[in-house]
Design a protein around this ligand. Structure first.
Ligand code: PSU
Ligand code: MN
Length: 300
């Protein structure tokens, strides 16, 4: 039985005509930023996509229905209502059966995008292998989804709250291509460099579209990561960040935070400890990723 998904008219029409569509996630709204920056960022991300001639499709679970393409009111709801669930692959069926709301992670958004037939998705940063995963086994479901669902995820790399080296090893093991857009290095979200390389470097959206066509033509399955470094002018100071991240990690450890709470806890602490600086950087890298994702969707 397929209970189906709800696709907004603008998105359904674009998909039917073969017009370009870019998916956007909603965990970033409910758990990634404080209010009102969260809703502002979500609206501006949609505006940037439209400015690039592409239809934005923000994804969430509303009243138990996977929903593709959100209105301003729906995004306001996700950004303000208390206790919105974080929805990764394993949460979706329970939210559906209970008729509840959920903000989709990268994994959840990929899954629902694939159901809708959307091939490109822009986010801020992907989840990954957490530091200390050898003990905690904390590896984001985003990485497993990338290995099984054919959606291309444009991101600014992964935050150094994660073990970036192990995240890249894991993606390699699971056959997920990691492509650098105009970079040889995998970016670290707030900063352009991490000290770790990418598999391949490309210079244009057309090259990425050609890569996606080749991947599909060979029925290779699985997704791909397109790593787009934060624009230089918004990059944060890495020394300052190292200190902030160390404090946030120590606090999480002390507070005994675990499971799906870890990432939202760390994101919130980083925003609190750095004030407006990280918030601005985070917003700007999202817009830059939406712009690139839109260019890829058009090139497809
Ligand atoms: N990393 C960020 N910002 C985010 C997230 C991760 O820099 O908003 C969110 C994304 O929705 C991602 C999720 O899919 O956190 C990963 O959570 P976890 O580590 O619990 O899998
Ligand atoms: Mn986790």
């Amino acid at each position: 039985m397929n209970m189906g998904i709800d696709i907004a008219p603008s998105v359904a029409e674009a998909l039917a005509m073969g017009a370009p569509v870019v998916a956007l996630e909603s965990t970033i709204i409910s758990h990634g930023f404080p209010y009102p920056a969260n809703v502002e960022c979500a609206r501006e991300a949609q505006r940037v996509a439209r400015e690039e001639g592409v239809i934005p499709a923000t994804v969430a679970i509303l009243n138990g229905r996977p929903t593709v393409g959100l209105t301003d009111e729906q995004m306001e709801h996700l950004g303000t209502a208390p206790g919105i669930a974080k929805a990764s692959r394993r949460d979706i069926a329970m939210l559906a059966s209970r008729g509840a709301d959920g903000a989709t992670t990268v994994a959840g958004t990929m899954l629902i995008s694939a159901m809708a037939g959307i091939r490109v998705f822009a986010t801020g940063g992907i989840g990954g292998v957490h530091r200390g995963a050898g003990e905690s086994f904390d590896i984001s479901a985003d990485l497993i989804e990338l290995s099984r669902t054919d959606v291309t995820v444009v991101c600014a790399g992964a935050k150094s709250i994660l073990d970036i080296g192990l995240t890249l090893e894991y993606l390699e093991t699971h056959g997920v291509p990691v492509v650098g857009y105009r970079t040889d290095e995998f970016p670290a979200f707030y900063t352009r460099s991490s000290g770790f390389g990418v598999d391949a470097r490309v210079e244009s959206a057309e090259e990425i579209a050609a890569f996606m066509r080749a991947k599909r033509g060979l029925a290779l399955g699985g997704g791909a990561v397109i790593a787009n470094p934060i624009p230089q002018e918004y990059e944060l100071d890495s020394k300052m960040l190292d200190g902030v991240i160390a404090s946030a990690l120590a606090e999480a450890d002390e507070a005994g935070v675990h499971g799906k709470e870890v990432t939202p806890f760390l994101l919130a602490r980083i925003h609190e400890l750095t004030g407006g600086a990280s918030e601005e950087a985070n917003k700007q890298l999202v817009y830059s990723n939406v712009r690139l994702a839109a260019q890829i969707a058009r090139a497809l």
